[in-house]
Design a protein around this ligand. Structure first.
Ligand SMILES: NC(=O)c1ccc[n+]([C@@H]2O[C@H](COP(=O)([O-])OP(=O)(O)OC[C@H]3O[C@@H](n4cnc5c(N)ncnc54)[C@H](OP(=O)(O)O)[C@@H]3O)[C@@H](O)[C@H]2O)c1
Length: 331
């Protein structure tokens, strides 16, 4: 017996915003699990901004792309896995795959919806947690600005800052997203950067300056934040999504950098794997905050692997609120 699996191939490298026709959905036949192997059916796959720079080189043409996913073991001839086990894996962009077990980690949902392990309890949650508390050295009651605040990382960062009694300003690209930030997540001020002059609104909102700017966007957002930074402020640089469609991810000009000198502002990039040791504490805190209703989330779920290219492109047009993901099969 073998199963037919569909997978997403990149067939042409994009310039600028990717186009749907630069991807293809291919059918392949996946064999039975052999000795020491499992057959996994993916249920959900993650779609992440960092995949865009990979389209320019790292992803091979005419081969299955990859990325984070959650799947179910449907056949096992491996001593460590049984049929029905739910496994986090790096084999997204395909419906089924064979594995010898490397790179698979079992999920015990612990009463939480499975999808939360793809965002608040997964990589984007840990990114926000470590980036804000470790790299950003957030202290209770500080003044915080978060860009892309209605996204997967940003919405968690903004809520952690609220839990730490901070004054929080967020930016997002639509009125609906801004309303969600203020009305449901309790963020103090949300700025719709598409409908207003960001640096003016940020100046008006940041009456006590900014101690921590959680940077997700780069370019004009960084330029607007720099003059508002308080002495000894921190800018943990999580991402710069506004640059990712540019050749070589070249950022828009940033002109206000000299502000970091006399204010002694720290600007530091980080990558989520730096925080792996924090995972137990992170999971304890996040599960508690979710149960207490202090950590909320939204998901934008597109159905069917054929929609994966649309989901990836949608990250750059603001299609998602909260975590963007694709459902590949029913739980
Ligand atoms: N350092 C790490 O280890 C790490 C790990 C994960 C993610 N990241 C970074 O974290 C950031 C957020 O990632 P995410 O997964 O949570 O994605 P996300 O925020 O859920 O989705 C991307 C959002 O970015 C906004 N956006 C897109 N293009 C923009 C532009 N030109 N200017 C301003 N906003 C724009 C859109 O929202 P609007 O409607 O508000 O425009 C979109 O919904 C990205 O920069 C990503 O690279 C870093």
């Amino acid at each position: 017996m073998s199963v037919t699996s569909r997978e997403v191939h990149l067939i042409e490298r994009p310039q600028g915003l990717p186009k749907p026709e630069q991807f293809a959905i291919e059918e392949v036949s996946v064999p039975d699990a052999g000795d020491g192997e499992v057959l996994v059916q993916n249920l959900y796959m993650s779609v992440d901004p960092a995949m865009r720079p990979r389209l320019s080189g790292q992803y091979a043409l005419n081969k299955a792309m990859d990325g984070g996913a959650i799947g179910r073991v449907v056949q096992s001839r491996h001593p460590d896995f049984k049929e029905g086990d739910v496994v986090q894996n790096g084999q997204g962009f395909r419906e089924y795959f064979i594995s010898e077990g490397r790179g698979l980690s079992k999920i015990d949902p612990d009463g939480m919806p499975l999808t939360t392990y793809m965002h608040v309890l997964g990589g984007t949650g840990l990114t926000a947690y470590g980036g804000l508390l470790v790299t950003g050295q957030l202290k209770d009651g500080e003044n915080v600005f978060v860009s892309a605040a209605a996204g997967a990382v940003g919405s968690v960062a903004a809520q952690i800052a609220k839990i730490k009694d901070c004054y929080v300003i967020g930016s997002a690209g639509s009125k609906e997203k801004c309303d969600w930030l203020t009305d449901e997540l309790g963020i103090d001020v949300a700025i719709n950067y598409k409908e207003s002059v960001l640096h003016k609104n940020l100046k008006a909102a940041a009456t006590n300056g900014i101690d921590v700017y959680f940077e997700n966007v780069g370019g004009a957002h960084l330029d607007a934040a720099l003059p508002r930074m308080n002495p000894l402020g921190r800018i943990p640089v999580c991402g710069m999504i506004s640059a990712y469609n540019n050749r070589g991810s070249i950022s828009e000009p940033v002109t206000m950098l000299s502000n970091i000198i006399y204010s002694r502002v720290m600007l530091r990039g980080f990558v989520v794997y730096e925080f792996n040791d924090l995972r137990p504490q992170f999971l304890d805190d996040m599960k508690r905050w979710i149960r207490e209703g202090r950590m909320k989330y939204r998901e934008t779920v597109l159905d069917g692997i054929e929609r994966a290219p649309e989901a990836l492109i949608g990250l750059f047009t603001g299609m998602n609120t909260g975590k963007m993901m694709v459902r590949l099969a029913e739980e």
